[in-house]
Design a protein around this ligand. Structure first.
Ligand SMILES: *Cc1c(COP(=O)(O)O)cnc(C)c1O
Length: 670
């Protein structure tokens, strides 16, 4: 069957994950299998016997054929960027958040990287991504009845993942090696197809390696310093080598956060092998490189003892006759030379451009690193709209903004049409999302109950009593000190009065993982969980386990309010609030990161202190939400939802972001 062949190709391209018709198709074909497979079309395809007969139905045939042809025309579509840019930009990152069937992400940085690749594909901008294949996904979270987070290991199962081996001319798995110190570290290469953009993943877990080197790409951000340095070296040097091996000529490098920064050093060494002296080699690499810095938290910067780094670079003496200490100077922080080799400092020195990820973050980066670079620019982050928009809201855009709304979605004037959305329809779409979210959370609780031995208090703390008629605030993100997840609990009695009000109650949903090594983060989760279990809160606080991409889709579209209160200026940008706003979920946030640009006083709220937060809730948010007309529509609330959509979609989308990267940096490389 031709259609089957087409479907096979289609499911190995993540394009399907941001194309709602494909999801609907699989769901229609076999709703139970779709659910059982956790919305993973590869698993779906492996269970062909369950749906093959149904596909023989002429209507299903036609639908499948339509999707396959839609996919083919997407892949073939020409763009002006393809004429202008013959060589790709190589995008490098340690993690990519693309879909929950591919567990190679930890959080925000990964989703940003994933959204950039998707957008490059949509825009038809030539790009190649490079990262790691981790045999082990980021931890799965389980909360014990005392509120303490358990970290469960989840193994990535390749046969369930949208990955394919890259093969050599003889049809064998393509493998190569880089030197780390005196040792050869081998890696195999995987490919993920993200629409038109290939993403290559380096995998050191192969038999050619010693057991200790197989571990190099074992998991995200290993805490062991030496292993971490080896990860950075293999990612950077491996990336450079694989580009050469695959014959990919690049327009430039986009180093996303410092983890892959050694690609720049690999390029400098390569240039020296071609005969350039060190300074000219650096200048050459610099001319086509961009470094994006994300975290203003100094403890997150990667710094290694010099002797540790020097050992890894002894080989340059042999091949270039160069004293490795000359290279090490690139990572010396002039303000603190003895701290060690700093990969952020190195990246800043070997890049033509350095950018921060919001306007406010630019100022923070300047105050942190101004003594190395005083020309730091910024491109505020954005989210991939087709990925993060819920189906009911998307249907409304299609109906009221036009079938081609997605092609035009970074045009401000298009969004004036949001005013023409009937309040009733927008509200109905939102309520539909809210009910889906609450049903989903309750179903998780039900699964937990059916496993047996569950403490009822724990089930209540996980959201058993959530009510779709109640104003719902969500706080979902990595649980770590600077994000201040417990800020809203500061005046616990006042909060209790707000939540348990009989006439106008409020409920809060928390979700988020703490990094396995972050004991403080785990304590914060425990603190929340204990309050959630407290009967005097009447089940109005829930902590939902295992925040990940799949859960995020429910929360960012089904809540009423998205709460965000990091310690300024530590949130470089934040993106979950953008995902919420495009779905009409209203942002309630301190003025940090993107919200310092996004807030316009009509599209959400801003506050600084917990007291201001309570005041806002009591005097504005709760009354606005419960102020209904005779048809039970909260007109004022819906107006604000429209303001949120109008002001956020065109500006805080990955489309605007990528175009800005092209205009400001990519177009000036080389
Ligand atoms: C968007 C997203 C993040 C990042 O959210 P922030 O606002 O940057 O904290 C983290 N995790 C998941 C699952 C996401 O979808």
């Amino acid at each position: 069957m031709d259609v089957l062949k087409g479907l096979e190709e289609l499911v190995y391209n993540l394009w399907w994950s941001w194309t709602p018709e494909v999801k609907s198709f699989f769901e229609l074909l076999d709703p139970i299998l779709w659910k059982e497979s956790e919305e993973n079309p590869i698993v779906f395809l492996h269970n062909r016997d369950k749906w093959e007969d149904k596909l023989k139905n002429p209507k299903m045939q036609a639908r499948a054929a339509y999707l396959v042809s839609k996919f083919k025309s997407y892949m073939k579509k020409h763009s002006r960027y393809m004429d202008e840019y013959k060589k790709p930009v190589v995008f490098l990152c340690a993690e990519y958040g693309l879909h929950h069937s591919l567990l190679i992400y930890a959080g925000g940085l990964g989703f940003l990287a994933g959204d950039i690749l998707k957008e490059a594909s949509d825009l038809g901008f030539p790009m190649v991504g490079i990262g790691f294949m981790y045999p082990q996904g980021y931890v799965k979270q389980r909360i014990k009845s005392d509120g303490w987070q358990e970290d469960l290991t989840q193994m990535n199962q390749k046969e369930r993942m949208p990955v394919q081996k890259v093969l050599d001319e003889e049809g064998n798995w393509l493998k190569m090696y880089v030197y780390v110190g005196e040792e050869k570290v081998y890696f195999g290469l995987w490919k993920v197809q993200v629409g038109k953009v290939p993403l290559y993943l380096i995998d050191t877990n192969i038999e050619e390696n010693s057991p200790w080197n197989r571990e190099i790409s074992s998991q995200l951000y290993v805490p062991d310093r030496e292993l971490r340095l080896k990860q950075q070296i293999v990612l950077g040097f491996g990336a450079h080598l694989l580009l050469k091996k695959l014959g990919i000529q690049w327009m430039g490098f986009h180093v996303n956060e410092d983890y892959p920064a050694f690609v720049l050093l690999a390029d400098v060494i390569h240039n020296m092998k071609q005969g350039l002296d060190l300074q000219s080699a650096i200048e050459k690499t610099k001319s086509y490189s961009l470094f994006t810095t994300h975290t203003p938290i100094s403890s997150a910067v990667n710094i290694y003892p010099f002797h540790m780094v020097e050992r890894q670079f002894l080989f340059v003496k042999e091949i270039l006759g160069l004293d490795p200490s000359k290279l090490l100077e690139l990572g010396v922080n002039p303000n603190n030379p003895s701290e060690g080799f700093n990969t952020t400092v190195m990246a800043m020195r070997i890049s033509k451009y350095v950018n921060a990820v919001s306007r406010k973050h630019r100022d923070t980066v300047k105050s942190m690193w101004g003594f190395i670079r005083d020309d730091v620019d910024y491109v505020t982050n954005g989210v991939h709209v087709s990925t993060w928009l819920s189906k009911p809201i998307r249907e409304l855009f299609k109906k009221y903004l036009g079938e081609d709304w997605y092609d035009l979605h970074d045009h401000l004037s298009l969004w004036e049409l949001v005013d023409s959305l009937p309040d009733e329809e927008l509200w109905r779409a939102h309520v539909e999302n809210k009910i889906s979210m609450i049903n989903h959370i309750r179903e998780r609780v039900r699964d937990r109950w059916s496993e047996g031995n569950a403490d009822p208090n724990v089930l209540i703390a996980q959201g058993l009593f959530l009510d779709p008629d109640v104003l719902t605030i969500c706080f979902a993100r990595r649980m770590t000190s600077y994000k201040r997840p417990t800020l809203v609990l500061e005046d616990i009695e006042r909060l209790k009065r707000i939540l348990t009000n009989i006439e106008r109650p409020v409920q809060i949903i928390f979700a988020g993982k703490a990094h396995p090594a972050d004991v403080e983060g785990k304590k914060l989760i425990q603190q929340i969980f204990i309050v959630a279990k407290d009967p005097s809160f009447k089940g109005r606080i829930a902590f939902v386990e295992d925040y990940d991409e799949a859960l995020a889709h429910y929360l960012v579209s089904g809540s009423d309010v998205w709460l965000n209160n990091p310690q300024p200026p530590l949130e470089a940008s934040g993106t979950s609030g953008m995902k919420a706003s495009i779905n009409g979920v209203i942002h309630l946030s301190v003025l940090d990161g993107w919200w310092a640009e996004g807030y316009n006083s009509n599209n959400g709220w801003s506050f600084e202190t917990p007291q201001e937060l309570y005041n806002l809730l009591e005097t504005q948010i709760v009354p606005l939400y419960y102020d209904r007309d005779e048809r039970n529509i909260p007109r004022g609330w819906v107006k604000m939802m429209k303001e949120a959509i109008k002001s956020v979609v065109p500006v805080f989308s990955s489309r605007r972001m990528l175009k800005e990267y092209i205009d400001k940096f990519y177009s000036k490389m080389g």
